[in-house]
Design a binder for this molecule. Structure first.
Ligand SMILES: Nc1ncnc2c1ncn2[C@@H]1O[C@H](COP(=O)(O)OP(=O)(O)OP(=O)(O)O)[C@@H](O)[C@H]1O
Ligand SMILES: [Mg+2]
Length: 219
């Protein structure tokens, strides 16, 4: 997958929330976004998912223009801000419901996805009894079912305990290894730099800095 963002701007009620964004991203890499509250990270993720339309500029995914040639990226999973699930269903039931939309994942794959985020597939508790961190883990599982080519995770480490952070970091790196294109926003700079291949800094809707991170593969 190859994403090209050309001069993307978004104005909402007279306020410029994305300002002339230019960026290229490709499969097998992790793009880490950082920036202060309100700098535009979530808005940019929404635009890449096709959830908001640009005021000007384009987002091209493998040559197809979002909002013109296609409404949403073909193969995408996203956790953007608060995950929403059906409160009376268990984690597994919620994932099964989501997977029914495309019908690709087997029950075993759904269970494995839950295990990969540290949730017990046999847990009989309904979603309304989930703790904050458990909800976050289920949101990440939902973003990863059916191995999407594009995965967007907005603050994936929110509310996670230490083992949760370790597990999700491993999962993100595993998805990269499988060839996914990952877009991750995170306020923990050290965490972000440790995972990302490229760090993109935003401020007032603009990209202010963009740099490659060299990882010592032997470490
Ligand atoms: N639903 C909305 N309607 C209008 N403006 C919005 C809406 N959501 C966010 N904004 C504005 O868009 C700008 C960018 O917000 P965004 O949520 O992308 O920031 P962010 O970088 O994700 O911040 P945070 O670190 O707090 O998550 C801000 O000025 C914000 O006020
Ligand atoms: Mg945000």
């Amino acid at each position: 997958m190859h994403i090209i963002i050309n001069n993307l701007s978004k104005t909402i009620k007279g306020r410029v929330v994305l300002d002339d964004i230019r960026l290229e991203m490709q499969s097998g890499r992790i793009y880490g976004f950082r920036g202060i509250n309100g700098s535009g990270k979530t808005m940019l993720m929404r635009a890449i998912c096709g959830l908001i339309r640009p005021s000007s500029g384009t987002i091209e995914i493998d040559g197809a223009v979002l909002g013109k040639d296609l409404s949403f990226p073909k193969s995408v999973g996203a956790l953007i801000e608060n995950p929403a699930f059906i409160s009376k269903y268990t984690g597994l039931e919620n994932l099964r419901l989501l997977a029914m939309i495309r019908g690709v994942a087997t029950k075993q794959e759904l269970k494995d996805t839950l295990t990969s985020v540290g949730l017990d597939p046999m847990d009989k508790r309904s979603y309304k009894k989930y703790s904050l961190g458990m909800r976050q883990r289920l949101g990440i599982a939902a973003a990863c079912i059916e191995n999407p080519e594009l995965i967007l995770l907005d603050e994936p480490f929110n509310a996670l305990d230490e083992s949760g952070i370790d597990g999700i970091r491993d999962l993100i790196l595993k998805k990269k290894g499988e060839g996914a294109l990952l877009i991750v926003a995170c306020h923990d700079t050290q965490e972000l730099i440790s995972m990302a291949d490229e760090v993109i800094e935003m401020y007032e809707g603009k990209i202010t800095k963009c740099y490659e991170v060299k990882h010592d593969e032997s470490a």
